[in-house]
Each structure stands twice: as structure tokens, then as C-alpha cells.
Design a protein around this ligand. Sequence first.
Ligand SMILES: Cc1cc2nc3c(=O)[nH]c(=O)nc-3n(C[C@H](O)[C@H](O)[C@H](O)COP(=O)(O)OP(=O)(O)OC[C@H]3O[C@@H](n4cnc5c(N)ncnc54)[C@H](O)[C@@H]3O)c2cc1C
Length: 491
Amino acid sequence: MRGKKVAIIGAGISGLAVAPILAKKGFEVEVYEKNNQPGGRAMVLEDSGFKFDMGPSWYMMPEIFDQWFAKLGRKREDYFSISKLNPNYRLFFPDDEKITITTDWDELENIFEKYEPGSGVRLRKYLDESEEKYNVAVDKYLSMNFTSLWQLLDFDLLRKAVVWKMWRSWNEHVCKSFKNAKLQKVLLWPAVFLGGSPKNLPSLYSLMSHVDLQQGVFYPDRGFQSLVQAMYEVGTEEGVNYSFNSEVQKIHVKNGKAVSLVVNDSIKEVDLVIGSADYQHIEEHLLPNTEKQFINWDQRVLGPHTFCIYLGISKQLHNLTHHNYYFQEDEEWDDHFSAIFGKKQWPKNPSVYICCPSKTDNQVAPKGQENIFMLIPVASGLNDTNEEREKLYNYSINILEKVTGDSIQDHVVFKKIISHRDHIELYNAFQGNSLGLAQTLLQTGPFRLKMRHPNISNLFYTGHYTQPGTGTPICVRSGEIVAEEVMKYYE
Ligand SMILES: Cc1cc2nc3c(=O)[nH]c(=O)nc-3n(C[C@H](O)[C@H](O)[C@H](O)COP(=O)(O)OP(=O)(O)OC[C@H]3O[C@@H](n4cnc5c(N)ncnc54)[C@H](O)[C@@H]3O)c2cc1C
């Protein structure tokens, strides 16, 4: 493999994860990225003294990142430090009640007891099972490339499937044990991390409750950019060559092999290609028509688009912790998910995530000011008009004013909205989607899009459309798995 030329399309988290592993093995690795910086959906936006992580803000499953650094003979802490947030986050309800989730489990149990007597004990049981699911998933499911259903047969998950009633939705699983609507939301809202809704995700994903409630939420010193920069630095140290402002326009295929790429109108010969850009973009826009896989994109359940607002506020705001979520009333909570996955329309009264990293990091906003990032999951593929943007912007500002009790409108000194059109332009995102494929049962494991093209033997895929799934730690694992597949190809 020494000297074999591997071209990686895209310097998002998955591209950054695979590149140095292959370079360390002796491959000549070139990463082509259309934007002017690494990170992909995890890019940074700096303006007017504010520094925003444009995408991920929840640093979870820290051991997965640490294992990636260890695989490359390094320690994450030599690049950046992380700290555990306390409180983890705060949840706001329309009746002005708030629930603050802290790292203290007894406190969490007491909160549950307050809303529903007896639920504290059930919470312990629920979290024990979530932890068990998490351990099985990390050991097996997040470590392998599923190419066939048979691989499930010697899988612990299958053995446990009956005990865990895996055919049930996560929603059903939670609602069986917890009747209080607020508590149900406390346990179910992390469905958004998986690009799904509590009703379309299998109960396996209650493992997320172990992640956000038991493992906790971390913050990398200086934000997610520290992770991106560190991964990029490791790649450079291992000899990866990164070309920014370099858009791949075509993949040329001859006799069942990718032979060259067209990048910024010039031809680059290759021995192997890894597509870490959106799967649909590579299939539909980069490959010749004769080589496309038969994928019915209309039948696939896309993860949501993330409607994002980045704000610089000229004063400090009350009531917020680093991470906050405002939940709407019960019917509206259901309507919001149905607007994303059912009716596919702009939501009327959606729940809103509010991130205020300036509460823990004094480098992301000028002194005495706040950095606010608000996110509303909406359906991919919506007609992204300026009117809809302004409507959702005004709605979000009202929510921000409601939860903080502060006047906001006159204190906005920086404002940027990112929606579908921007995601298409920035990332070649299919229908402007933000989280790849939703992790429904039929898009999990062997049912997810394949990591290797069936007819082009040296074309591989990584990232949030393929195995194992979406989210930054999972995309790191995706990069590790595809590296193993490439090694096997050359064995
Ligand atoms: C707003 C938002 C919030 C999120 N929050 C979290 C969170 O809190 N925690 C978490 O863990 N995850 C979160 N995620 C999900 C996480 O960011 C993604 O799952 C992950 O970053 C996807 O990485 P990727 O490598 O698969 O794809 P991408 O990041 O999209 O990388 C693909 C790269 O390919 C490039 N590209 C596309 N076409 C071409 C071409 N033709 N030529 C060259 N380059 C090309 C793109 O520019 C991009 O840089 C969030 C995502 C978003 C959008």
C-alpha cells in the first residue's frame, strides 16, 4: 500500500477521521474540501468578536474521540482539554416550569419523584437498561461494517432483542414506564441527536439517556473547533495533504474502478476514493449515470434540517445554562415531529434548542455580551424563503425573551440565519438536510447505505449517511471502520 493514492472527498469529521489512519499505514492521502476550512457541518463562524460553532455543540461519548487519538499513538489531552458541564442542561416548559439536569443522580431521582411518585426507582431501572444497551452498541454495532443480515446472528443485540422488546419505538418504551408528560420529554428529546423522532426510532436508542444523563455533557476548551483543529493537525503530522477550496466535480470510472477525479477542472489520478461528502451528492452528481447504485432517495427517511440562528447579544442574559431546550405543549410537541417526518412542512409552534456557550467560555463573545445559537429541527426539502426564515426568527426571539425574561430585540448586535439553501451551497447537502439519514430501524446496521460501492470496487463511503450513523463520535467511528475496509481491500 505504500505510495497508493487515496483521495478523500470532504474534510468533515468522517474525512478527518479516516485520513490520518491511512496516511499512518503508508498511503498517499489527499483530502479535497470544497470549503476554505476543515470541519464540514462542524465549521466555525467568526464575526464581530463572536465565535460560533456552526454545527455540533454537544460533545458526548468522549471515549470515542479519545480512542481515535490513541489509535494514532496520541493523547487527546495533548491537543485540547474537555470539562464536564454542570448542570448538564436546563429544560423550559410553557407553564414557566424549569427542570435543571445536573450530574447528581439523586437530584435527578428526586425530580422524577416530584412529578410522578414511584418514577425515581423506575428511572434507575430504565437507566441501567440504557447503559447495557450503550455498552453492547459501542462494542459491537459501532465497530463493524454491516454488509449482510447474517452478521446480526452472532450479535449480542439479537439475544437481548426479546428482553429489550426492540421492535417497540423509543416513545412506547418510555411511555410504558413514565406517565408524566414532562418526564417523558426529559427522556425522549435526545431523539433529535439521531435525526429521528421518538416514534420512528427503535427502543434501542434509549441508550442515549445513558449518554446525556449518566455519562454527562462535555465541553472542549474553545468549543468544537478544538476537536476539528486537532484532527486536522494530527492528519498534517501524519503527512495527509489537504486541499481546501477544491470541489470534486466528477469521478471517472473505467472497468469497474475509479481512476481519476476532476477537481476544480483538473484531473487527479487516484488508486482509491473515499466519499465522505453527502452520499446522494456523490451518487447523483459525481458518478457517471451508468455507475449509480439503484437507491430510491424518495423512500429514504432523511434526518431533519437544522434551522440555525447565530446571535451576538450586547448584554448578559438570565436563566440560561450552557445548553437549554424549550419544549412546547404536548400537542405541539407531537405536531413538531409530524411536521418534520410526516407532513413535511414548516412547524407552527416548534420546540427550540438554545445554546449559550458564553456562560462557560469567555472566548466566544466580547466581555459582558452573550453568544447565542438557536436551533429548530425542521423537515429537509422545505421551500426555504426569506419570509419563512423571518417568521421562525421572530418566533425564536419571543421564546428567548420568554425563557430569559430579558428584552432581546434591541440588543442583537450580530445575527445570521443558516437554513436549507445555505446547507445546499455549503455542503452539497441533499434537500438541505443536516444529519444524514435518520436512524430508523430500517436504516440501522445492515439496512443502512453501504460503505462500499457494489460495482466500483475501489469506491468507499463514510460519514452520516452510511455506517454506523449520525453525530460526531459516530462519524469518527465511521472513518475508523472505512479505514479497516480499505486495508482489507489491499490485503
Ligand atoms: C446544526 C447542527 C448541529 C449538530 N449538533 C451536533 C451535536 O451537538 N453533537 C454531535 O455529535 N453532532 C451534531 N451534529 C451532527 C454532526 O455535525 C454530523 O453528524 C457530522 O459532523 C457529519 O460529518 P460528515 O463527515 O459525515 O459530513 P460533513 O460534515 O458534511 O462533511 C462532508 C464534507 O464534504 C464536503 N464536500 C461536499 N461536497 C464536496 C465536493 N464535491 N468536493 C469536495 N468537498 C465536498 C463538505 O463541504 C463537507 O466539508 C450537528 C449537525 C448540525 C448541522
